[in-house]
Design a binder for this molecule. Structure first.
Ligand code: S3P
Length: 172
């Protein structure tokens, strides 16, 4: 596999609230490389995600997201993607030849993590039901891009980060 600027670069994908950001920060610290959250980059340049969805629609958001993913892959680091990035075929193609970690989580474990709002796709009165449906719709795409899978439901984020960093070092 080829990697970007940092030799230990890797990408994190997975459904909303799987722990991509909290695990990603810890993995980056362990590997001594930068952490990049592509959602945060989109927000920094274009403003809040709910507003982008509302004013321009999801496909516009996916295009902005794709551009940030491409840039992050060029620069390297531990790169955390938004949960829906894999729905975009061109974004999936960008991930070819990069080490990609798929973080999974159960609906039961996710229930506590999705209360804070800010995720337009989970708006409404059954966020866990909606989350589950969206995850099922996307599961094949996650599997398609993934080099390896880790579940975050039942173990501390620190331990999961240890395992991912060890996996990445072994990959070389
Ligand atoms: C989305 C996930 C969000 C964010 C946007 C859309 C999705 O990122 O990109 O709200 O389609 O699953 P997180 O996975 O970090 O919540």
């Amino acid at each position: 596999m080829t990697s970007a600027a940092d030799p230990l670069s890797l990408v994190l994908v997975g459904p909303m609230a799987a722990g991509k950001t909290s695990v990603g920060r810890r993995v980056a610290r362990r590997l001594g490389i930068p952490f990049v959250d592509t959602d945060k980059r989109v927000v920094a340049v274009h403003g809040p995600i709910p507003l982008i969805f509302e004013e321009h629609g999801e496909s516009h958001f996916r295009a902005l997201e794709r551009a940030e993913v491409a840039e992050a892959l060029r620069a390297g680091g531990v790169i955390s993607l938004g949960g829906g990035a894999v729905t975009d075929p061109a974004t999936r193609r960008l991930l070819l030849d990069h080490p990609v970690v798929f973080l999974t989580v159960t609906p039961a474990a996710v229930a506590d993590r999705i209360q804070s709002g800010g995720r337009p796709l989970l708006a409404g009165d059954d966020p866990v039901g909606r989350w589950t449906q969206i995850f099922e719709e996307r599961r094949d795409w996650y599997d398609e891009v993934a080099s390896v899978t880790f579940d975050t439901s039942r173990r501390p984020m620190q331990r999961i980060a240890d395992d991912i960093a060890a996996w990445r070092r072994e990959l070389g």
